[in-house]
Design a protein around this ligand. Structure first.
Ligand code: PEP
Length: 250
């Protein structure tokens, strides 16, 4: 089995205006000077910047993804964006099921699975997020929660090319707290077993990202854990120096 090429994806969330296009250009410039064969890199800006970044003349190998999509291709869905519209902006991926969307918009596993399928229809790679809350971890339910989210949100047809899994403990997102190396190893190992049993060889080579307060100071340690194939980075992806430092830690 070929080695898994890691992915470092930055999630800008609801941050960024046109003045931040220069930050994207700085990330692109730094990344394209490195051996881009070593790790893939991606920035997921808000929709308002998607076309500008995805068509940026200096993007080079730096990919661009969206943060959410609707299930339908077109129609009466005011305020929503379809996967086909994301492809039309020249972006290549979309995050689905981020815990902030699960919490803020009541998104269910079923809906997230539909969004993943819709994103494949448009030729996008789906980055499917899962992760337990603090309460669920305290109750000792982490592995069962992650298992039911994975089973419910990752549809049949998932391959190593069209799908990336992001394990993001909710209590670690934007809090400065990170899961311990031991906990990350346990959860990622469990996710790998489940992926292999559902998707065989595709599951064995599917990327599993860790997300939750990844920063310069902890990236190397986290990225060295078994079955961690990159990171989904929120806050630190807004600062080019930090994001490039995380990439260099791979
Ligand atoms: C995220 O947005 O997915 C995330 C992990 O955020 P942060 O790195 O800021 O915790």
């Amino acid at each position: 089995m070929a080695a898994i090429k890691p992915l470092i994806a930055g999630n800008w969330k609801m941050n960024g205006s046109r003045s931040n296009i220069s930050d994207f250009a700085a990330i692109a410039s730094g990344y394209n000077k490195t051996d881009t064969g070593k790790a893939d890199a991606m920035i997921c800006p808000p929709f308002t910047l998607l076309a500008a970044l995805a068509n940026h003349p200096d993007a080079g190998a730096l990919a661009v993804g969206a943060q959410d999509c609707h299930v339908a291709q077109t129609g009466a869905h005011t305020g929503d964006i379809s996967p086909e519209m994301i492809t039309d902006c020249s972006a290549s991926a979309v995050i689905v099921g981020h815990s902030e969307r699960r919490a803020d918009h009541g998104e269910s596993n079923e809906l997230i699975a539909q969004k993943a399928q819709a994103s494949w229809r448009a030729g996008l790679m789906a980055i499917i997020c899962i992760g337990e809350t603090e309460q669920q971890r305290q109750n000792g339910d982490t592995l069962s929660v992650v298992e039911s989210q994975l089973t419910g949100s990752v549809p049949q047809g998932a391959t190593a090319k069209n799908t990336v899994i992001a394990y993001e403990p909710v209590w670690a997102i934007g809090t400065g707290l990170t899961a311990s190396v031991e906990d990350v190893a346990e959860v990622h190992g469990h996710i790998r077993q489940l992926l292999v049993s559902s998707f065989g060889d595709e599951g064995a080579s599917m990327r599993i990202l860790y997300g939750g307060s990844v920063k310069l100071g902890n990236a190397a340690q986290l990225m060295a854990v078994d079955n961690v194939n990159g990171a989904l980075v929120g806050g630190a992806s807004l600062k080019p120096v930090d994001f490039l430092g995380i990439l260099a830690a791979i």
